[in-house]
Design a protein. Structure first.
Length: 152
């Protein structure tokens, strides 16, 4: 879904910037009309600026989490985690370990264990089309020997 939104926003931006007019050259017809939006007497952004701002907001999505976590269960006590950072962020470069630990603790809790052990952990950068992304991977073992007693 995230990738689809980014592609649509990029295509919209290309259409808006690359094709400013339609029709004949004598009577140009713009894709985005030359209008302003009167929000208040002192704030009147152009429609073109509002559209460009909306496209930037869709691509950057500042409210989305910085890290995407993929989790897979190898066996009943072993879990692999793969973290991938968003392409466009304003921070969070050093938080992979904290995000990893929070997810590991949640896995342990969800499986009735009070603790976990990190068997493997690594961080790096993956080169992708245009922009490199930070990644982290690891393997977590939940500790059944430290599981809290179950009520009877």
């Amino acid at each position: 879904m995230e990738k689809t939104k980014q592609i649509l926003a990029a295509l919209a931006l290309v259409a808006v910037t690359g094709c400013t007019t339609t029709g004949s050259s004598e009577t140009p017809s713009y894709l985005i009309p030359d209008k302003t939006i009167n929000i208040s007497p002192s704030v009147t952004p152009t429609l073109e600026g509002v559209v460009a701002g909306a496209i930037v907001l869709i691509v950057l999505d500042p409210l989305a989490p910085n890290w995407k976590i993929e989790q897979s269960q190898v066996n009943p006590a072993l879990f692999e985690l793969a973290l991938t950072k968003k392409r466009f962020t304003t921070g969070g470069d050093g938080e992979a370990w904290q995000v990893f630990q929070r997810r590991a603790a949640r896995i342990a809790r969800d499986n009735g264990s009070a603790g976990y052990r990190v068997l493997e952990y690594s961080e790096g950068v993956e080169s992708e089309t245009l922009i490199a992304r930070r990644v982290a991977r690891g393997v977590v073992e939940i500790a059944p020997d430290r599981a809290p007693p179950r009520p009877q």
